[in-house]
Design a protein around this ligand. Structure first.
Ligand SMILES: [Zn+2]
Length: 234
């Protein structure tokens, strides 16, 4: 087990105990870790997001695609574009014709080839949890990852549910990376919420209407109210 996992759990133990009580003792360390682990951010360019959305929407069978990824830092990854590759599809499975796929992969220019660090597939109208076949495929793909390498896998369905996994390094147990991720669209490289806040604060000025002073309001307020036995002075 990774020391940094144990260290992070230890460092947060008191806070965790306060929040979750004795139930912590019944949990596996990897689950405890996921409560405090920082959540890496996966950003999509509008182009990548639109392509995934269109492909999943238009296809009635399972399809797969690759993505080009830029690692911004250990916690932030940007999916810049999506590429389809040769594959054979049925309603619920995708297989690659090994020769066609390998030829396709090796025909990519270096600057593209080196950025292919993402694989996504559609579950059409089913849930987005990876199947046993999916997990075997993931394991197969990451077994040659070198230290500091990474790979992203995603499953989408037509209701735009997603299951995205980040595998970092080869030396980290699988559960380590199955932690929650944050995902959002990036506009000009900036998360869309940050972009929206920034552009609004830059261009939109709120007009404040002067409020009448409190005294005016008090002066205009009625001095008496009607009671059963005549007016009551306030
Ligand atoms: Zn699947």
């Amino acid at each position: 087990m990774s020391d940094r996992v144990i260290d992070l759990v230890k460092a947060n133990w008191d806070v965790l105990l306060e929040k979750h009580g004795k139930s912590l003792y019944a949990m596996r360390i990897e689950d405890i870790y996921s409560l405090v682990a920082p959540k890496p951010m996966i950003l999509y360019t509008p182009l990548a997001e639109m392509k995934i959305h269109a492909l999943v929407k238009e296809s009635t069978i399972e399809i797969s695609w690759h993505g080009l990824v830029e690692k911004i830092n250990d916690m932030t990854y940007l999916i810049t574009d999506i590429l389809m590759y040769p594959q054979t599809c049925t309603a619920a499975t995708v297989t690659t014709d090994d020769e066609k796929y390998t030829n396709w992969l090796h025909s990519q220019p270096d600057e593209i080839f080196n950025k292919i660090r993402y694989q996504g597939h559609s579950h059409v109208r089913m849930g987005v949890m990876p199947s046993g076949v999916d997990l075997n495929y993931y394991r197969d793909m990451i077994k040659n990852l070198k230290k500091d390498d990474f790979y992203l896998f995603e499953i989408r369905n037509k209701t735009n549910e997603m299951n995205i996994r980040l595998y970092q390094n080869n030396d980290i147990p699988e559960w380590f990376v199955n932690r929650e991720l944050q995902t959002t669209i990036a506009i000009n490289g900036t998360p869309s919420d940050v972009y929206a806040q920034r552009i609004m604060s830059e261009f939109i000025q709120k007009k404040e209407y002067p409020k009448p002073p409190l005294e005016d309001k008090l002066n205009k307020a009625p001095k008496t109210i009607k009671g059963k036995k005549g007016d009551i002075k306030l």
